[in-house]
Design a protein around this ligand. Structure first.
Ligand SMILES: [Zn+2]
Length: 314
């Protein structure tokens, strides 16, 4: 489906930011459009069917990668739960294999996850014993009872990101926190990589935010942003390595494809690992510099409900 209006502000003032961005699974090309009014960027066209863009092995991380992710997730969850200061209720939208929800449960939190399909939800229920609901957020009771709502690398997958944010504001407790982690299209890494930026990932990523556009989107539905950070050890340095490799080989995401189980081991994978070993320290330095300058490839917003302020002044 071709898009002629900005999904966030409905403006018709749309420019082409990137004319040919390749999908690393199918090789199909997509445009990245940019709204001149609110600076939100989005993938065009939106495919009618997404199945071919998510092969069976997509995100079938091996035990090694999953083990590393688990360490990073536990670290993030520890920081988030400390902000609340006591065990509470958490909702994770798009909880995937449940690694993050499991970290919450270990800290005594009452967890609810949402996953699109019943088969994935049932798998997480049976393997990790977590409370996971299949389908959309409308299947979660509409009352403001969650102390934390987490959208961890989820918003970019939605063509209409405002819709989920509107539902979240209705379910967040008055003193609760919304946590949104998403890629930053205004980052140094995005500008360096252009069409071959690893985290651009069209068409699985429809929505491409910059700090300014995400802040506006949150405010539009009733959130106040009070904290923005750019630190992401698990995604940012690897993004520099993979994006640089993409530009050298002019072929997207060989290492990512291998780690996801889409590509088998071959000479290019071997050479990519060799390059990654050389590049990892400079990539770490570049990432840390970009965090200092608020130009990191991933950003984390923490927001509260605007209504909280109204309630406090009553
Ligand atoms: Zn707009």
């Amino acid at each position: 489906m071709k898009q002629s209006k900005c999904p966030i502000c409905q403006s018709n003032d749309i420019d082409i930011l990137i004319s040919e961005a390749p999908d690393h699974v199918t090789g199909h090309l997509f445009q990245i459009l940019s709204c001149q009014s609110c600076k939100f960027c989005f993938t065009d066209p939106i495919p009618d069917h997404m199945e071919i863009y998510y092969p069976d092995k997509y995100r079938a991380y091996g035990p090694f990668t999953a083990g590393i992710m688990k360490i990073f997730y536990r670290h993030r969850v520890r920081k988030w739960t400390r902000m609340i200061g006591r065990p509470g209720n958490v909702l994770e939208v798009g909880c995937g294999s449940g690694l993050m929800l499991e970290a919450f449960k270990r800290r005594g939190w009452s967890e609810v996850g949402i996953e699109r399909t019943e088969s994935i939800a049932e798998q997480v229920r049976s393997t990790l014993g977590l409370n996971v609901v299949a389908g959309g957020i409308e299947n979660i009771k509409q009352e403001p009872h969650f102390d934390l709502i987490v959208l961890y690398n989820v918003l970019e997958h939605l063509p209409q990101p405002l819709n989920i944010l509107k539902e979240c504001v209705l379910r967040l407790a008055a003193d609760g926190l919304l946590i949104v982690n998403v890629q930053n299209i205004d980052s140094w890494q995005a500008r360096f990589g252009g069409a071959l930026w690893q985290h651009l990932d069209p068409p699985r990523h429809f929505s491409h935010f910059a700090p300014q556009s995400l802040r506006r989107a949150l405010e539009r539905v009733g959130f106040n942003t009070y904290n923005i950070t750019f630190v992401s050890f698990e995604h940012d340095p690897f993004g520099w390595v993979q994006t640089t490799l993409n530009k050298i080989m002019n072929r997207p995401n060989i290492l990512t494809r291998y780690l996801m189980g889409i590509e088998t081991f071959n000479l290019k994978v071997f050479l990519s690992f060799l390059f990654a070993a050389i590049m990892i320290i400079p990539a770490m330095v570049l990432s840390m510099l970009s965090w200092q300058f608020k130009k990191g490839a991933l950003m984390q917003f923490i927001a509260t409900r605007k209504i909280k302020l109204a309630e406090q002044t009553q």
